[in-house]
Design a protein around this ligand. Structure first.
Ligand code: URP
Ligand code: ZN
Ligand code: ZN
Ligand code: ZN
Length: 484
């Protein structure tokens, strides 16, 4: 087995920055230090050697709103690798009434063509004793996080009793519940009202889901998780109202993680005012883009640590798919792309502006996710024994984002025209060089499913505490005779 050494670079991790060579044998890192030698050399002069990005929130080839998201595990993981993301965590989505295990089989079939490693979250889209039972088997198969939609009424939404039952089951299994936090009842009512008033354009999508619907649902999910004694992960946090709920919970000691998206950090609600219907509809996603005050709040959350992770919620639809919603915004498939550009956009708008340090960048794009999802240090680390999922990052390389040159299979890019400085020079997936600047050397089928263990330390600590404070019957002597 030949070895490879990445030479002349600076290792940047979530907590350290230092000059060192990194040696790889097979799929793993075997040495880190000065003057290493190997059979092949990768030159990292002027570059940073960082853990590959992990995107914890993608929807590849997902059936949704009458169609399928266009990027599948082939184009999606290719797009990911091209931008330095070496692992994705995708959502396995049983249709209401469908067995979780049957849905898992479908996702297993789709993911065989992945060129980067992947894991799954399992969505809880309905509830009964079968779902309760199958959750145990899902965890045994290495899927230890369960997603709940508090929006999409009449389709994927679950109610509070179902949320509480599922969160309690997660607590028992040592799993992590995730929520899409928007009040689906209020969104449905506001949507009907807007449409009745003739407000049917893509901008009305944003009017139908103001920050309050997100803040309310985030608070509700946090309280329900606290009662169930389980940690909570809130996906696509887009507003100060939701962030405030998370911030307050964390100050009280609750184990709540918030995930803003790179789109919400860098694109605002003025996109929906664009006179071009296709442009505005291409930005329709839930929650919608917000104004600058919300964006500032999200950046502050990443800086202070009240928000933990930056994802994309990559759910890419073509313009033709978006046009299903002409005349009725509620039929525009919800979702945007971002997987390919997440790292470079966050670097340009975050590190190059001084909002984030390089180490914070690594933390929020890779290491924190790996820790929360119990993947660390196999993923998210530059350490001996870790998978050689690495990005050699050239802080001087530039590009202007353009759909014409992207790997993603859709026909536009929400970051079109963004001028970026800081891009991958090399990307390695489990030791294989998959990207050299603009050249793709990825291999469809190279990506492997990564199983995860349940009962991480945070789950254990919460269960221990919950047990201590559990309701206990008061033992009494001399009980008075009943009746008067
Ligand atoms: O609009 C979005 N976010 N589409 C993807 C599905 C979801 O809600 O995460
Ligand atoms: Zn969502
Ligand atoms: Zn999503
Ligand atoms: Zn080549």
């Amino acid at each position: 087995m030949g070895s490879t050494v990445i030479k002349n670079g600076t290792v940047v991790t979530a907590d350290l920055t230092y000059k060192a060579d990194v040696k790889i044998e097979g799929e793993v890192i075997v040495d880190i230090g000065p003057n290493l030698s190997g059979d092949a050399v990768i030159d990292a002069t002027g570059c940073y050697i960082m853990p590959g990005g992990i995107d914890p929130h993608t929807h590849l080839e997902m059936p949704f709103m009458g169609t399928y998201s266009t990027d599948d595990f082939e184009s999606g993981t290719r797009a990911a690798l091209s931008g330095g993301t070496t692992m994705v965590v995708d959502f396995c989505l049983p249709s209401p009434g469908q067995s979780l295990l049957e849905a898992l089989q479908m996702w297993d079939n789709k993911s065989g063509k992945a060129s980067a490693d992947y894991s799954f979250h399992m969505a809880i889209t309905w509830w009964d004793e079968q779902v309760w039972r199958e959750m145990d088997e899902v965890v045994k198969r290495g899927i230890t996080s369960f997603k709940h939609f508090m929006a999409y009424k009449g389709a994927l939404m679950v109610n509070d009793d179902e949320l509480f039952a599922s969160f309690q089951r997660c607590a028992d299994l040592g799993a992590l519940p995730l929520v899409h936090a928007e009040n689906g009842d209020v969104v449905a009512a506001m949507t009907a009202k807007l449409l009745a008033e003739g407000n049917n354009g893509p901008e009305a999508h944003a009017y139908s889901r103001p920050p309050e619907v997100e803040g309310e649902a985030t608070n509700r999910a946090i309280m329900i998780a606290d009662m169930a004694g389980v940690p909570l992960y809130v996906v696509h946090v887009s507003s100060e109202q939701a962030h405030e709920a998370i911030r307050r919970a964390r100050q009280k000691g609750m184990r709540v993680y918030g995930e803003p998206l790179v789109q919400h950090l860098t694109l605002d609600d003025s996109e929906y005012a664009n006179p071009d219907w296709d442009h505005a509809a291409g930005r329709v996603m839930s929650p919608p883009f917000r104004n600058k005050l919300h964006q500032d709040s999200l950046w502050a959350g990443l800086q202070s640590g009240s928000l933990s992770v930056v994802a994309t919620d990559h759910c890419a639809f073509t313009i033709a798919q978006k046009r299903h919603g002409i005349g009725d915004f509620s039929k525009i498939p919800n979702g945007t792309g971002g997987l390919e550009d997440r790292l470079a956009v966050l670097w340009s708008r975050g590190v190059n502006t001084g909002r984030l340090t390089m180490n914070e960048f690594v933390a929020v794009t890779s290491t924190n996710i790996a820790k929360i999802l119990n993947l660390y240090p196999k993923k998210g680390a530059v350490l001996v024994g870790a998978d050689a999922d690495l990005v050699v990052w050239d802080p001087a390389r530039k590009k202007t984002v353009s759909a014409a040159t992207q790997q993603s299979a859709i026909d536009y890019n929400v970051f079109e025209g963004f001028e970026l400085t800081g891009l991958p020079r090399f990307v390695l997936t489990r030791g294989q060089v998959a990207v050299i600047e603009n050249e793709m050397h990825h291999q469809s089928g190279h990506g492997k499913f990564v199983a995860r263990e349940a009962k991480n330390p945070v789950n254990q600590a919460l269960s221990q505490w919950k047990d201590i404070v559990a309701p206990r019957k008061v033992q009494r002597s001399g009980i008075p005779a009943s009746g008067v």
